[in-house]
Design a protein around this ligand. Structure first.
Ligand code: ATP
Ligand code: MG
Length: 571
């Protein structure tokens, strides 16, 4: 399985979404491979963690393609491992699939098939195709051989059918301790495919299952349950990621030897992004060790984390669809996901003015105690979104960054003697500053031109800069959480010997600003409602946000052209 980095710099939406999966299904329909059966797919998560952006790809493929062919999709939990699975995950997965915009035909659980799977195991034993093995897990591993060495037969491989039936039913009855025996398929210890070297079908595990409780003390292995579960549901096209390609012959072996409905497995590439980890085991570790605040931490690549951060299902679906499917794993640039998200938010986000790091501006010639309202467009990209009234008064906040006492070259924002536009309000000119004991500018005194109301001067005078502002008397204070990449390296798994992926955690992935000043219309904003804070970025209220104690998450910054200029200049 080759892994390459995406070097394609072309605009992502310009690339055709080649999809050999669609071609395969179309071919199967045309040739009546499954007779007149409807196209049936499934999304089969293991409920051992939260869904992430990689799963979004599988979901869009499973649901999307079934839809295109007027087929059906089941949501099936492959819940064969009681030690790692929990109801919390079952619930979150359903919520996330719905949030992404899909609904399933049937909700299924591999655990519902435990009785059938057990019957099929008995059938294979009776047919001389499965046996109980007493080797320890370590011995089984040793006997398996390697890619270059064939395996060798277990001394228990030739037990009689009667003995195997007796031992297996007693395994089920709970007579033996965990790990003392397993049931194995009798295939071939010399197969070049390691998955075919008498794979384990059942293990003894006295563990409580989140659905079947203590009914079972033997549990089917994933590889014994997955293919037959597809078959039971008459899944025509069982699509999964590439790492299952080597398992396909085994799934096929079970289906052929049981004589059951032959689902067609097709593998596609796993989605991954730079600066992102999608291993559930590692994501769980981040949660358990408190490296992030939970599965829904806005820095996590989980769907619940992305949702909390302000990402939208539309953008996620658009990225995944544009990438299509291939047979090679490619690491996509994270900027691509961000590009799609900005594009989506640009159309839907209401504009608002918010000052993250406030600097007070006093307009000396503006009447004290006066207030007025200026009309502002809610979204220039969407005239239908209307306008709103924003209060203006003698004292306003601007960003600290928007004022320099000694302006560097090409700095067009406010500085002594320079005139700028306060967006939709007036032209102002900086006259003097007030400093604190340490010499920091804490207040800028300006004059304004009353004739420039609305943001234009009747004499046609031009200014080079338009700045956002918030009236000090009307501002609502908010906490703002700025997120950066969770890892410092494009490949978080790139660490020196003796290290771990945790060494690549970005210590600056979260910056909290406690007293941002927002325009008052934001006081009642709700989590998930998208906003573009003018000139700053896209934001949405966090789940922690309350009226009177607002908390906003930065979904993404706008592209900052000034930062680019500064960088170029080597500042
Ligand atoms: P684990 O990391 O525990 O092996 P997983 O991420 O493969 O788990 P599953 O619950 O087994 O999680 O995945 C459900 C489905 O999602 C599978 O069909 C799998 O192929 C698919 N899938 C998982 N990760 C990705 C990914 N990064 N890109 C595309 N499909 C994925
Ligand atoms: Mg998996």
């Amino acid at each position: 399985m080759a892994t390459t980095t995406n070097a394609n710099t072309e605009a992502p939406e310009a690339r055709p979404a080649s999809n050999f999966l669609r071609d395969q299904i179309a071919h199967d329909v045309a040739t009546h491979k499954f007779g007149d059966a409807v196209i049936q797919t499934r999304f089969p998560p293991e409920p051992n963690g939260y869904l992430h952006i990689g799963h979004a790809k599988a979901i869009c493929i499973d649901f999307g393609l079934a839809d295109e062919f007027a087929g059906k999709t089941n949501l099936r939990f492959d819940d064969t491992n009681p030690e790692k699975e929990e109801q919390e995950y079952v619930d979150s997965i359903q919520a996330d699939v719905r949030w992404l915009g899909f609904d399933w035909e049937r909700l299924c659980y591999a655990s519902d098939y435990f009785p059938q799977l057990y019957q099929w195991a008995l059938q294979l034993i009776r047919d001389g195709k499965a046996y109980v093995d007493d080797l320890t897990a370590d011995e089984i591993r040793q006997y398996r051989g390697t890619l270059t060495e064939p395996g060798k037969n277990s001394p228990y491989r030739d037990r009689t059918v009667e003995e195997n039936l007796d031992l297996f039913t007693r395994m089920k009855a709970g007579e033996f301790p965990d790990g003392s025996r397993v049931l194995r398929a009798k295939i071939a210890m010399t197969s070049p495919n390691l998955n075919m070297r008498d794979p384990v079908m059942y293990r003894i595990l006295h563990a409580t299952h989140h659905r079947t409780g203590d009914e079972w003390c033997i549990y089917p292995m994933y590889d014994y349950a997955h293919g037959q579960s597809d078959s039971i549901e008459n899944v025509t096209h069982s699509m999964c990621s590439l790492e299952f390609a080597d398992h396909q012959p085994l799934y096929r072996w079970f289906i052929d030897n049981l004589g059951i409905f032959p689902s067609q497995q097709i593998e596609f590439d796993r989605l991954n992004f730079t600066y992102t980890l999608l291993s559930k085991r590692k994501l769980l570790q981040l949660v358990q060790e408190g490296r992030v605040k939970g599965w829904d931490d806005p820095r996590m690549p989980t769907l619940t984390g992305l949702r909390r951060r302000g990402f939208t299902p539309e953008a996620i679906r658009a990225v995944v669809t544009s990438l299509g499917a291939s047979r090679t794993n490619v690491v996509q640039d994270i900027e691509m996901l961000e590009h799609f998200q900005r594009d989506d938010l640009n159309h839907r986000a209401s504009r608002a003015m918010a000052v993250l790091r406030p600097l007070k501006v006093v307009i000396d010639n503006y009447p004290e105690g006066q207030e007025e309202f200026v009309e502002v467009q809610n979204n220039p990209e969407d005239p239908g979104a209307g306008t709103r009234q924003v209060p203006f008064s003698r004292e306003v906040y601007i960003e600290q960054d928007d004022f320099r006492e000694v302006p560097p070259p090409k700095y067009y924002r406010l500085s002594p003697g320079k005139e700028v536009r306060l967006r939709n309000a007036y032209f102002v000119t900086a006259q003097s500053v007030v400093k604190d004991a340490a010499g920091n500018v804490v207040e800028v005194h300006c004059s304004y031109d009353p004739a420039s109301r609305g943001g234009n001067s009747p004499d046609g005078r031009k200014v080079k800069s338009t700045m956002h502002w918030v009236s000090a008397a009307h501002a609502v204070t908010a906490e703002v959480r700025l997120y950066d990449k969770l890892f410092t390296k494009p490949d978080p798994n790139d660490y020196p010997e003796g290290g771990t992926f945790l060494d690549n955690l970005n210590p600056h992935s979260l910056e909290v600003i406690c007293d941002a000043k927002l325009e008052p219309s934001l006081a009642k904003a709700q989590p998930g409602q998208p906003f573009q804070f003018e000139r700053v970025g896209y934001f949405t209220p966090d789940l922690d946000s309350r009226e009177g104690a607002l908390v906003f998450n930065r979904t993404l910054p706008l592209k900052d052209t000034w930062a680019k200029i500064e960088k170029k200049a080597g500042a």
